[in-house]
Structures are given as structure tokens and as C-alpha cells.
Design a protein around this ligand. Structure first.
Ligand code: HEM
Length: 193
């Protein structure tokens, strides 16, 4: 993970590619399709700020970091105070979870989406309970026209994987997740340097 902003959201968008291929800095431990169509099997994941890689790939998903949409100033400073950055030496486990939301979600107005996302589903509140152990970065891709709307990326130490699973179980039981019609949970481990 180099040349990327280490913060969760950035005012200047930065393009990031996640490529499933034979070799890469992260070895894929599992790929579980929770909803919708799966992706082809791949052995390794390469994360790069540009998609200038040569060689055969199983899939390449590209997205960009962006500004916040649903976060209040108070929530942003709470998150800023608690969160950890990517690339911590102990955080050798990772998860790439591409997500697509359905037409009903995108037909809602911004205030209606915020109501479901935080007021009713408590996404930010639940997530904040798992900081700083779980580091994360959200990437947007709906506007690029690809198969997903978001590529969510997480890094954590192996002993915190049960915490990560617990957080996912709580979020997946929420009202927000009823609007998700494609989700694939790809777990990886960073290869020794
Ligand atoms: C580690 C704890 C987490 C925290 C603190 C957290 C926090 C946030 C925040 C603050 C936003 C809103 C960004 C904005 O204002 O635009 C957001 C959006 C999002 N998060 Fe999380 N999150 C966490 C975990 C997760 C997990 C586990 C997933 C999925 C597997 C996830 C998926 C998403 C998605 C897809 C969005 C975009 C929602 C949309 O714009 O419709 N987050 N998250």
C-alpha cells in the first residue's frame, strides 16, 4: 500500500486498483459470495494506485477515494481521533469487500439514505466500536460504471479477525444491508517482505 492517502476520506480523489491474479503482495485466503454473482477465483491480490500491471489477471476492480457523504462534523472528528491508518506492521490480515447497492437505494434522496445508514442502521456508530483495531478505506466506483458501487478495504491483526467478523454480523443484520444486492468477502494475508 503505497502512494495512497492514509486517511479514510480525501478531498482529492485518488484511483486505486484491486487486482485478482496469480501473484501479489497479498495471498487470498478465502472468497465468500454472500449476495449476487461471484468473482472468478484468484490466488493473490495486488493493490496499486494505478492499474499499470502486465500479465494475466482474473479480475481488476478500480475505484477512487472521495469526500464524505453521510458523516457529520462531530462524527468525522470522533472517527479521526479513534482510527488507525493502513499499513501497520501488525495488520497482516486484510479484507476486500466489493459491494453493490440496489436501485431502491439509489432512488432515495440523500437525507433518506442517511436516515437508513446511520439513524436506523447505526453504521458509523457500530463501526466506531471497532476502532482502532480495524483500519479501513472506502473506495467509490458507482460513477465509473463497473460491476460494484463500492470497494471496501480493511486491515487488522490476525487476533482481531473475530472482532471483524462480529462487526460484519451486526452490520449485515441491519436495515442498510437489505439494499445490498451484491457482496463478496475476500480475505487476504500479507506476504512476508
Ligand atoms: C471499521 C469500522 C467501520 C467504520 C468506522 C465505518 C465508517 C463508515 C463511514 C463514516 C461511512 C460514511 C462515509 C460518508 O460519509 O460518505 C461509511 C460508509 C460505508 N461503509 Fe463503513 N465503516 C466501517 C465498516 C464497514 C464495513 C465492515 C463495511 C462493509 C463490509 C462497510 C461498508 C461501507 C460502505 C459500502 C459505505 C458507503 C455507503 C454509501 O455511501 O452508501 N463499512 N462507513
Amino acid at each position: 500500500m503505497q502512494d495512497h492517502p492514509q486517511t479514510y476520506a480525501s478531498a482529492t480523489p485518488s484511483l486505486v486498483s484491486f487486482t485478482g491474479q496469480l501473484q501479489g503482495e497479498w495471498t487470498i485466503r478465502s472468497m465468500e459470495t454472500l449476495t449476487g454473482a461471484s468473482l472468478p477465483i484468484a490466488q493473490a491480490l495486488h493493490v496499486a494506485s494505478a492499474d499499470a500491471l502486465a500479465g494475466p489477471v482474473s479480475w481488476r476492480l478500480t475505484a477512487f477515494t472521495s469526500n464524505l457523504r453521510y458523516t457529520t462534523a462531530a462524527e468525522a472528528s470522533m472517527l479521526q481521533a479513534r482510527q488507525s491508518g493502513l499499513g501497520r506492521s501488525e495488520a497482516v490480515h486484510g479484507a476486500l469487500i466489493p459491494i453493490q447497492k440496489n436501485a431502491a437505494w439509489w432512488a432515495l434522496a440523500q437525507d433518506e439514505r442517511r436516515e437508513i445508514y446511520q439513524e436506523r442502521s447505526r453504521h458509523t456508530s457500530i463501526g466506531a466500536e471497532y476502532l482502532p483495531q480495524i483500519a479501513r478505506r472506502l473506495h467509490h466506483c458507482r460513477d465509473l460504471g463497473g460491476p460494484f458501487d463500492f470497494l471496501t478495504w480493511f486491515e487488522f491483526a490476525p487476533e482481531h479477525e473475530p472482532l471483524f467478523d462480529q462487526m460484519l454480523a451486526r452490520m449485515r443484520a441491519s436495515e442498510e444491508w437489505r439494499y445490498i444486492d451484491r457482496e463478496i468477502d475476500i480475505r487476504v494475508v500479507r506476504n512476508a517482505a
